[in-house]
Design a protein around this ligand. Structure first.
Ligand code: ZN
Length: 378
């Protein structure tokens, strides 16, 4: 059994110092080359499994000696670094070698290095790798498929990060993490394979639901065979989609990185224990709250305007400049009915001394000194 919750002492994690929300690929490589020496691997060349479109090395790390085989990959979407950092925490915090005698773990920490560097969802050919499972038009997709074919995993962990737009259906709570047992066909049939994925998710949910800021949610299971998880379910490999979400002011995503780490530990323990498919699985899974895109970053209520009072909806757009990630506040609408809540709500009827210094420029960028709305970096 791997120990869950390793204590929130960042000093034990080299990755906390070396990997912030954004890192260049060479920053990642210098961190990772230090880390892999712990596993008696001398150099990154030994674990290179292929090259990206722009010729960056993609790495695969195999650990453990057991019989159950687990494959985990992260950052197939380049601008979703949280789950990569959680995988690194896992490799640092858990005595993997002495615990991994009942399963094997294969980790691909960054499947899309070009997107990771440019902070884009897509790869360098502008292709979403999570819509390329059938076409295999990209080298990164081919590399993942080859690993799957050669390694023959019993379980796959498909690790992602999500935007700040998700909330509970009633809009009251942000979604700090969400999970999905993907469908394997358009009728979304509940198969033995899906029940296995659901069972792992149920364990994560029951062990962590009271430790989150906001909720742990259940992602929509609409079927698309070009999504890797849907494809894998269709060929009978249980796959669990992890989505690291957002709550409060966690724009560094440091808090949620710990939560993803703990989710990974629960997933590994659950698989390690030989999960059983009780007939409560589906019901428990359906009890996990569904999510909706009904949040934004900042909501200003009761802003005085010609026609009375207006609500302003602001979203931070992420931009890389000189190897730093900036969050730029952009006005995305007025009086929107579809957005129910925000990570920061400013109600001007509660602000006694609001001097109207709000400026919206021609790019819809919003600034206000008095409301502390400005570009920031992490
Ligand atoms: Zn993603």
């Amino acid at each position: 059994m791997l120990p869950i919750t390793i204590g929130r002492n960042p000093s034990i994690h080299l990755c906390t110092y070396m990997l912030s929300r954004y890192y260049t690929y060479s920053q990642f490589e210098s961190y990772f080359s230090t880390l892999i020496r712990r596993f008696k691997i001398e150099s990154l060349e030994e674990i290179e499994i292929g090259k990206s479109v722009l010729g960056k090395s993609i790495y695969g790390l195999k650990l453990g000696t057991g019989s159950t085989k687990i494959l985990a990959w992260s950052q197939m979407h380049g601008n979703e670094s949280t789950t990569t950092r959680a995988l690194c925490q896992l490799l640092e915090s858990v005595d993997i070698e002495n615990n991994l005698n009942s399963f094997k773990l294969y980790i691909i920490p960054i499947l899309n290095p070009d997107g990771a560097e440019s902070w884009t969802r897509v790869n360098a050919n502008n292709v979403d790798l999570n819509r390329d499972a059938m076409d295999l038009s990209q080298p990164e997709s081919t590399i993942l498929r080859k690993v799957i074919n050669d390694y023959q995993p019993d379980y796959c962990l498909n690790l992602h990060g999500q935007r700040t737009i998700y909330g509970s259906l009633d809009g009251k709570s942000p979604v700090q993490m969400s999970f999905l047992a993907p469908a394997g066909d358009k009728d979304r049939k509940i198969t033995e394979v899906r029940l296995k994925s659901m069972n792992v998710i149920n364990h994560i949910y029951s062990q962590l639901k009271n430790k989150v800021n906001g909720i742990i949610g259940r992602y929509d299971d609409a079927f698309n065979i070009n999504c890797v998880g849907d494809y894998l379910t269709s060929v009978h490999i249980p796959t669990i989609l992890f989505e690291a979400g957002h709550s409060g002011s966690d724009y560094s995503r440091d808090e949620v990185t710990y939560l993803v780490h703990d989710s990974l530990v629960v997933a590994l323990n659950t698989i390690n224990d030989g999960i059983s498919q009780k007939n409560t699985t589906l019901r428990s899974y359906e009890d996990i709250p569904a999510i909706a895109s009904n949040f934004t970053d900042v909501l200003i209520k009761n802003y005085p305007s010609k026609n009375g009072f207006t609500s302003l909806y602001i979203q931070y757009h992420e931009q890389i400049n000189a190897n730093k990630l900036y969050f730029v506040p952009i006005l995305i609408g007025l009086n929107r009915k579809d957005i129910l809540n925000a990570h920061e709500v400013i109600d001007l009827s509660d602000v006694s001394t609001f001097e109207n210094d709000l400026v919206i420029d021609e790019n819809l960028e919003v600034y206000s000194e008095s409301l502390n709305i400005k570009i920031f970096t992490n």
